[in-house]
Design a protein around this ligand. Structure first.
Ligand SMILES: Nc1ncnc2c1ncn2[C@@H]1O[C@H](COP(=O)(O)OP(=O)(O)OP(=O)(O)O)[C@@H](O)[C@H]1O
Ligand SMILES: [Mg+2]
Length: 407
């Protein structure tokens, strides 16, 4: 991509919709605009109300547009959630060049070969992730380009998602007036930004504690190996506060974010706040210790379920690189401390290193901008600015192809 080209990433989450505008600067990408809107019409990552979701997407896009003074025409859309599945696949092609040097085209062809799968009608391909290439029987090749060979093979994971869930998501984005430039697997995008090459090689667990669910992705040998979902997140904590303090959901969310701590040993009896009780005109005084006693068990449960998922995916002793945590759920004070205790392993919270988005809830969406700038470099620009030409492109064609009998 050329300097000044713009990339827009859109993360349609359960609690928040984020639209981030990135501008290419050589091999780097800078975040120049951020728009957020409260999500409406989404439960546990799946759209349950199209109209409300369209309005919320439009609000996030408008917000980002105003910040930068451009008009956004298309965006890359993040995909995650329990409907995602990784299916192992294999592709084989003959190297095409007469001098037998493997080029970009051969890699594309072998990836396309790995994409050929007998999928049930209700599944759609989101992405194909190479695990390793084999050139004339020599395995464990990470990048075969430039090598000499006759036969190129790839072991890949095909990420598939529910056709209905994906279709609804893309339909909402298009109805908000935005062309879909491509779909990006959020855990891959997040990992690319926050995990080091050594962590991925050694083995590490990336955990995204969202509002509706928690995503657990395992990276080993430099690549994504497994993915699992825990069906609870920050919304469950808010729910517990709602019941525990007998207050409304909005009040519970404010109280959780302002006074909540994940580790009750950090709370103090003398710190008090007032909250309105349902069915009463009187405010109730609550100490932060009482609040922490409501929050702590749920956060412990989230981390216990994460640990259990890692164990059941075949890693009973965890991964040597420990845990890297992101998602808005990790904004809760003391969540990092509790994570180390409950997971029994080193854990750190990942934060994007860009002005305006230094918060773990932006990891997926900022990661998406970086991921697109790195891996989609033959794809076109995706935002229209004053004086900038709108170009739309190949990736959209691809998605349209996958969903042609639906859209
Ligand atoms: N300051 C804070 N303290 C505690 N929790 C917070 C804070 N800020 C946000 N959260 C929680 O983070 C969650 C939202 O995180 P995030 O934006 O990553 O979710 P999402 O992407 O919308 O949801 P999902 O990924 O599940 O679809 C909410 O449950 C919210 O209550
Ligand atoms: Mg999310």
């Amino acid at each position: 991509m050329a300097k000044g080209d713009l990339i827009v990433g859109l993360d349609v989450g359960t609690s928040t919709i984020q639209a981030i505008i990135g501008e290419m600067d050589g091999a780097n990408v800078n975040v120049i605009g951020v728009g957020t809107a409260r999500s409406e019409g989404i439960r546990k990552g799946a759209i349950v109300d199209i109209d409300k979701t369209v309005v919320a997407i439009r609000a996030a896009i408008d917000h980002a547009e105003r910040m930068v003074g451009i008009s956004i025409s298309s965006a890359y859309v993040g995909v995650s959630g329990s409907h995602i599945d990784l299916i192992p696949s294999h592709g084989v092609v003959a190297v095409s060049a007469t001098d037998r040097e493997i080029g970009d085209q051969d890699v594309e062809r072998v990836m396309d070969a790995a994409r050929v799968l007998n999928l049930p009608a209700e599944r759609e391909i989101v992405d194909v992730v190479p695990r390793e290439f084999t050139v004339d029987g020599l395995s464990d090749v990470t990048d075969p380009r430039g090598m000499i060979g006759v036969r190129l093979e790839v072991d890949a994971y095909v990420a598939t998602g529910s056709r209905t869930v994906l279709h609804n998501l893309l339909r909402c984005v298009e109805r908000a007036g935005i062309e879909v430039a491509g779909m990006v697997m959020l855990p891959l995008a997040a990992a690319d930004m926050v995990l080091s090459a050594d962590e991925k090689k050694l083995g590490v667990v990336l955990v995204d504690v969202g509002a509706g669910s928690t995503t657990v992705s395992i990276f080993e040998h430099g690549r994504l190996e497994r993915i699992a979902f825990v069906p609870i997140g920050g919304d469950s904590v808010t729910n517990d506060v709602t019941f525990g303090l007998q207050t409304g959901t909005d009040a519970a969310e404010v109280v959780k974010c302002r006074y909540g701590v994940a580790d009750s040993s950090m709370a103090r009896e003398e710190e008090k706040f007032k909250v309105q009780r349902i069915g009463s005109s009187m405010d109730k005084e609550v100490t932060t210790v009482e609040l922490a006693y409501i929050i702590e068990p749920r956060m412990q449960e989230i981390f216990a379920l994460v640990k259990r998922e890692v164990e059941s995916m075949g890693y009973p002793r965890g991964l040597p690189g420990g845990y890297v945590l992101c998602g808005g759920g990790m904004l809760l004070k003391g969540a990092d401390r509790l994570a180390v205790q409950e997971l029994g392993a080193p854990a750190r919270v990942a934060i994007p290193d860009f002005v305006g988005v230094r918060d773990p809830s932006y990891v997926g969406c900022v990661g998406m901008i970086k991921y697109v700038s790195k891996f989609y470099n033959r794809q076109p620009v995706v935002a229209a600015g004053q004086g900038r030409r709108t170009r739309s492109g190949g990736a959209l064609q691809k998605i349209k192809g996958w969903l042609q009998d639906f859209i």
